[in-house]
Ligand binder design. Structure first.
Ligand code: PGD
Length: 757
């Protein structure tokens, strides 16, 4: 028998054949993701956590700071024992240190499924336990999530659904894609995606005659089928290129003065900047020559491109990756300013779209009704950090920092609780993260597998995967709602996160409030009820829960594809910004006084440029063979590696001067640390740049040597915020050296469990 199921990378059916789990994409998906084939390994892999496990030092010596985290063996214990000890520890921390001492930021993607959504469960639990220090924003879009509300309006309202793939297919003449729109990124959609439409839409536009211009150091960042023109600037200089394009539009009077006058604010400050305001700029201002000297694209090409942009319907897209860097706010803002000058914001298939192609939930109309989700509970504690400042917080309690116009202070955290994320995947400078986590009294992790995060925890509670529980899979811009049915019993003694929190809540005296007296099935019924009611209210077919569950899925109606608030702007409806218009400049941002994010788009040089010691840029981007670090041991992920090691791409010129040939094991070093990887020599990358995707589980060479032998780039990246405005994650770019590894390459044992007693 096969059952319906859903993952962030696609809806699928799952069933057993000759004792093996087989998965097949949903028939409505025109372009399924190969990542799906990682799923079968999830059920019984030796990386699974089978029983509750506690670091020996914590179990025997009690809570307290320890640099043995990640180095010590675990003791497997019974559920009752561990839950009693953990409940006592939570009571102690709340009583002695107060709720701000509990960090429940617990960032992470976890798995699809709206009820067992790990973040929702942990926030609900900690909110009821007394509150916790939380995190704001995401590792994906930290810089843009703060900037865009200032300059264009509420993030969700002005990004996901204003420019759709249908509009691109039907209307766009030129797509200028900064950072590209790599299909490896849009194969993923939070909550589930049943139709991968991006390739088809780009091909349809191309067949109609649209031109795609790819601006990226990496050629595969747009599908080759759309024959893009490839411009490969120096990494981190897109804002300079955008400014050079803007200058040409301005100098040649190709900008839309009426749009800037009627629908924008702050143009004067940006115009002065283009003319050359500020130090160190020649009489030509920030013209194409100025831009060319920074980004490496010839000035003539910049001018020709600017002229092309001013003809026909032009869409400027800026990928999420560009803003995941130091000064990451600037390419987003400069891209918006460029589109504002072209005057097509709010026209079908034109203007500006942040994030299009970066995830599957961009570029699609919203569903006409809300999908079932577990409502977030209020957190009684006000203390928070921008999510990527977690190591800073742990290392610098009581220290002040700036964020989005506010002066905040890092709280003193004693207990860290993680559920549904992998900070040893997502955070930068992992050696620093290790030092930071050594300082707390207790580190609790719910995980289904022995990730590096689980290995660094004190208390590891085994969680089920979605394959072992019932849930509802749904995303806000995908029509298919899936009745997710289990295909196997829980692995070992694994329990659902909800059940673990319910058992802890019982011990802490709020069990009934936490569960509201519902079984998980009753919760699903309850959550479906909201969607059913909304469907009925709007006159759409509204199956009951039992009907939905028996059918296995339901297709929701789509909302309108009408350009949303950006189209409405053209007919006079104000945006939710400081002036009600597009902020080409912002007096409010200027008033914060941040030199790393002034009051208009700007190019700001990197604080750690390539040097003689670290001469190459490393692009540490999203992998194509898995979602982040998830199911790194699955078939597709393993097939992408060489001898179990992640692959680093390097230009033939950079390889040959280093004596590196295809398949060699190489060592990458940065001021933070080192990792090994297998070399792939390719001319599909700009010279002077190497690319190593994220997601290989962090695997230190030994207890003493933190070199990651598996190829995790976050052993190399720098742990700094994008700017004082957003403090976003900057993991995308860092500077490195690469050399051939001599000696015997260590065997990669990333997916084996730690020492268990
Ligand atoms: P995942 O690998 O998805 O990474 O960081 P994130 O922490 O989200 O981790 C999810 C974890 O949840 C997995 O270990 C999985 O096993 C676990 N899990 C899944 N389902 C469940 C469940 O039901 N219960 C429990 N308890 N656990 C579950 C991703 C983050 O990385 C993101 S979003 C981005 S965009 C960043 N990108 C970069 C980057 O571009 N460059 C660098 N250098 N670093 C990055 N880090 C960021």
């Amino acid at each position: 028998m096969t059952v319906s199921h859903s993952a962030h990378w696609g809806a699928f059916s799952a069933g057993w054949e000759d004792g093996e789990l087989r998965v097949a994409p949903h028939p409505r998906d025109p372009d399924p993701s190969p990542v799906l084939q990682n799923v079968p390994a999830a059920l019984r892999h030796r990386a699974r956590v089978a029983r509750p496990a506690v670091r020996r030092g914590w179990w025997e010596g009690g809570p307290g700071p320890s640099d043995r985290r990640g180095r010590e063996e675990f003791v497997e214990v019974g559920w009752d024992e561990v839950l009693d000890r953990l409940a006592a520890e939570l009571r102690r921390v709340y009583a002695d240190h107060g709720p701000t001492a509990v960090y429940g930021g617990s960032y992470g993607w976890a798995s699809a499924g709206r009820f067992h959504h790990a973040q929702s469960q942990i926030h609900r639990f900690l909110g009821m336990a007394g509150g916790y220090t939380q995190s704001v924003n995401t590792y994906s879009g930290g810089a843009a999530e703060v900037l865009i509300p200032h300059v264009l309006g509420p993030f969700d309202q002005v990004t996901r659904s204003v420019v759709t793939w249908e509009q691109v297919a039907a209307h766009t003449d030129t797509v200028l894609a900064f950072g590209g729109m790599a299909l490896k990124n849009s194969q993923i959609g939070p909550g589930g995606v049943s139709r991968h439409v991006e390739r088809g839409a780009m091909l349809a536009a191309r067949r109609r005659g649209a031109e795609f211009v790819l601006v990226s150091p990496l050629r595969p960042d747009l599908p080759p089928e759309v024959s893009p023109r490839w411009l490969a600037p120096e990494p981190g200089t897109d804002a300079a290129l955008m400014i050079g394009l803007a200058h040409t539009l301005w100098a040649e009077d190709l900008h839309d003065r009426a749009f800037l006058r009627d629908h924008c604010d702050g143009w004067e400050s940006y115009e002065a900047y283009l003319r050359g305001a500020g130090p160190g700029v020649g009489p030509g201002g920030r013209d194409a020559e100025w831009a060319s000297r920074i980004c490496g694209i010839p000035a003539d090409e910049i001018r020709a491109l600017a002229r092309r942009l001013a003809r026909g319907r032009t869409l400027v897209t800026v990928s999420q990756s560009l803003q995941r860097a130091e000064h990451g706010e600037q390419p987003v803002w400069a891209g918006l300013a460029l589109a504002a000058m072209l005057g097509q914001i709010g026209l079908p298939g034109g203007g500006f779209c942040y994030g299009l192609g970066s995830l599957a939930h961009y570029g699609r109309p919203r569903n006409a009704v809300p999908v079932p989700t577990l409502a977030r509970r209020p957190n009684p504690v006000r203390s928070y950090i921008p999510v990527a400042r977690v190591a800073d917080m742990l290392l610098n309690p009581g220290t002040a920092f700036s964020y989005n116009g506010s002066d905040l202070t890092y709280p003193e955290v004693t207990l860290v609780y993680w559920c549904g994320g992998n900070p040893f995947h997502h955070h930068q400078d992992l050696a620093r993260l290790r030092r930071a986590l050594a300082r707390v009294d207790t580190f609790v992790v719910h995980e289904s597998v022995w990730t590096a995060t689980a290995r660094h925890a004190d208390v590891v509670l085994p969680a089920t995967t979605t394959l072992e529980r019932e849930d509802i899979g749904a995303g806000g811009t995908d029509s298919l709602v899936v009745a997710m049915k289990p295909v196997a019993a829980p692995y070992g003694q694994a329990r659902d996160d909800h059940a673990i929190f319910a058992a802890l809540a019982d011990r802490l005296g709020f069990g009934e409030r936490f569960t509201e007296g519902r079984t998980p099935r009753e919760w699903l019924e309850h959550l479906w009820g909201r969607t059913e009611k909304a469907l009925a209210n709007k006159g759409f077919p509204a199956p009951t829960f039992d009907e939905f569950w028996a059918a296995g899925e339901h297709l929701l109606p789509e909302g309108p594809d009408d350009g949303g608030v950006l189209a409405a702007l053209r007919s006079g409806t104000a945006l939710h910004t400081e002036s009600g218009r597009v902020q080409v400049g912002s007096a409010r941002i200027a008033s914060f006084g941040y030199d790393d994010c002034p009051g208009h788009p700007a190019w700001l040089p990197p604080s750690e440029p390539p040097s003689a010691e670290f001469p190459l840029w490393l692009v540490a981007n999203q992998p194509s063979t898995r979602l982040h670090s998830q199911l790194d041991f699955g078939a597709t992920s393993r097939a992408g590696k060489v001898d179990g090691r992640e692959v680093v791409r390097i230009h033939p010129g950079d390889a040959s001067v280093r004596g590196i040939t295809e398949g060699d094991v190489v060592r990458l070093t940065s001021p933070r640390g080192a990792c090994l990887a297998a070399a792939r020599v390719t001319d599909e990358i700009r010279a002077g740049v190497v690319q190593l995707p994220t997601g290989a589980w962090y695997t230190p060479a030994s207890d003493e040597d933190p070199t990651c032998v598996h190829g995790n780039p976050n052993a190399l990246t720098r742990d700094v915020g994008s700017s004082r405005l957003a403090q976003g994650c900057t993991g995308q770019l860092t500077t490195v050296q690469v050399e051939r590894f001599t000696g015997e390459a260590p065997v990669v044992r990333a997916h084996e469990p730690p020492r268990l007693a």
